[in-house]
Design a protein around this ligand. Structure first.
Ligand code: NAD
Length: 503
């Protein structure tokens, strides 16, 4: 598709999704496609005052929404899920145009939104607390989960729509309002999602201002972060961003849910099914051009299978088709911008300077015009040097070698990040050790699958510099609610706890 076609197609999609024509010629925000780096249009940036107004409207809407029964709140999310199902192709295409994901991954991201909507609708009938035995006669204790308030959502470019839906679907059934600040690199998908949610809200008669989007740079994000009417800030992005956001929220004693950078590794043991391992590693390391928080960045392989694994990976890398994400045959699309390419090239050079052997790839891709296309790289490292310990957000895979499992786990856990991890082994002792308390220190620890491509049913998130937050499935919904503990006295006496006598 030519530059002109991309821009025209974007406008068609936005219009079909109900987002109208959001562009203005003198807008300060530039929407670009990583496919060819072209400008798709300009948008007006919003100001901190606009954020304050959105939070104010959300607060008012929250006061009405919190008294709507949770299963009825679920109707809004069910409608959103229906609209997403209806428009999956178009929204998926827009994700490809704006974030550079290959078609299948653009569609997969929308499917993830549909999945979380279904999960949240079921959840709307299960927001239950415990009944707890009281030590006092004629008393009982229970806990209830109540809506929390306005949730501020800050999202990253690489999952421009799914991360918002993880937060919004749960927050809305929990009875909260949502103000979303998307990445400045993926504004259009955000406007499209908001248009679909507005339509869903109109259909079910949800209060105006319940969910809104504010577009702008970090200053707009900071206004959301600092607003005392926002009890929860759910921020997804780099560890750098998390380290800026967390202290600001803490200073006003608000809550943060942080989903930050990863430096994910897979251990390949002597017994590993290498066919499986190669497929799992290639998808995790190269999928989304290495731009997933869960992308595989380190392989820690036993010395006995090192040579065979590296040879097979190198061969598999040689077959990867690199190019426009809109071409059906493409497996590796572009990096998001030139800074990402610079980071990739610099990391490859540093790894080699550290004594690493470049097995394959590592440069710009030839014959692909326009955007930032690179050839996925594998670097065999003599040691886990500083560059290996950093997250380079690109398709760069380091290979490290180990002799015994303790050494492999130590190498695995040596980095500052703690998001996703995997072991390829057919040895049940190794698998169980890896997932045990003394194994992987990550929030996600897999056996015989790669590090990326999580399902929505489990809690998603990681430890250490990944930020500690959990989103999506399991009981992640609790982060979006406040718990009250109630003690009910149905007797005529007033016994005090712990046997205390008073008067
Ligand atoms: P980024 O940190 O540059 O930006 C993320 C968001 O934070 C953007 O919306 C940005 O405008 C906003 N932001 C930046 N500074 C801010 C500030 N001071 N106050 C408020 N908001 C601010 O990240 P990115 O480049 O868009 O995304 C890539 C990073 O995100 C990678 O590190 C990746 O691992 C991480 N990520 C993590 C997860 C996860 O679930 N753990 C998911 C996706 C991406």
């Amino acid at each position: 598709m030519s530059t002109l076609d991309l821009s025209t197609r974007t406008r068609e999609i936005l219009s079909a999704l109900g987002a109208g024509d959001p562009f203005t010629d003198d807008g300060a925000l530039v929407a670009r496609s990583p496919i060819d780096g072209s400008e798709l249009g300009r948008l007006a940036a919003q100001s901190p005052d606009d954020v304050a107004a959105a939070v104010g409207a959300a607060q008012t809407a929250f006061e009405a929404w919190r008294v709507v029964p949770a299963p009825v709140r679920g109707h809004l999310v069910r409608e959103l899920g229906e609209l997403l199902r209806e428009h999956k192709e178009l929204l998926g295409e827009l994700v490809s145009i704006e974030a550079g994901k290959i078609r299948s991954e653009g569609l997969g991201e929308v499917q993830e939104m549909i999945d979380i909507c279904e999960f949240a609708v079921g959840l709307s009938r299960q927001l239950h607390g415990l009944t707890i035995a009281s030590e006092r006669p004629g008393h009982r204790m229970m806990e209830q989960w109540h809506p929390l308030g306005v949730v501020g959502v800050i999202s990253a470019f690489n999952f421009p729509v799914a991360v918002w839906s993880w937060n919004a679907a749960l927050a809305l059934v929990a009875g909260d309002a949502v103000v979303w600040k998307p990445s400045e690199k993926t504004l259009l998908t955000a406007l499209a999602c908001q248009a679909l949610l507005d339509e869903a809200a109109r259909r079910v008669g949800a209060p105006a201002g319940l969910a809104s989007v504010v577009v702008g740079d970090a200053a707009v994000g900071e206004a959301l972060v600092d607003d005392p009417r926002v009890p929860l800030v759910s921020a997804t992005g780099s560890t750098r961003m998390g380290k800026l956001v967390a202290p600001r929220v803490a200073a006003r004693l608000g809550r943060c849910l942080l989903e930050l950078g990863g430096n994910n590794a897979a251990i390949v043991a002597p017994s590993a099914d290498l066919d499986l391992a190669v497929r799992g590693i290639v998808f995790s390391a190269v999928g989304t051009a290495g731009q997933r928080c869960t992308s595989l960045r380190r392989v820690i392989v036993h010395e006995s299978v090192h040579d065979e694994l590296v040879a097979r990976l190198s061969k598999a890398y040689g077959t990867l088709s690199i190019g426009s994400p809109l071409d059906a045959a493409t497996l590796v699309g572009p990096l998001v911008d030139d800074a990402a390419t610079d980071g990739f090239l610099a990391a490859v050079a540093q790894a080699q300077a550290d004594g690493g052997h470049l097995v394959t790839g590592g440069g710009r891709a030839d014959g692909v015009a326009g955007g930032q296309y690179v050839v996925p790289a594998i670097v065999d490292m003599p040691a886990q040097t500083d560059i290996v310990k950093q997250e380079t957000f690109a398709p760069l895979l380091y290979v490290l070698t180990y002799r015994d499992l303790d050494e492999a786990i130590a190498l695995h856990n040596e980095v500052a990040q703690g998001l996703s991890s995997a072991i390829f082994t057919l040895d049940v002792r190794e698998a169980e050790t890896f997932t045990s308390a003394t194994g992987s220190d990550c929030g996600i620890a897999n056996v015989n699958i790669g590090t990326s491509g999580a399902e929505i049913g489990g809690a998603f998130g990681g430890e250490k510099e990944t930020g500690g937050g959990r989103e999506s499935g399991s009981d992640a919904w609790k982060a979006y609610m406040r718990r009250t503990t109630n003690t009910i006295n149905y007797s005529t006496e007033l016994p005090l706890a712990q046997g205390v006598e008073f008067g």
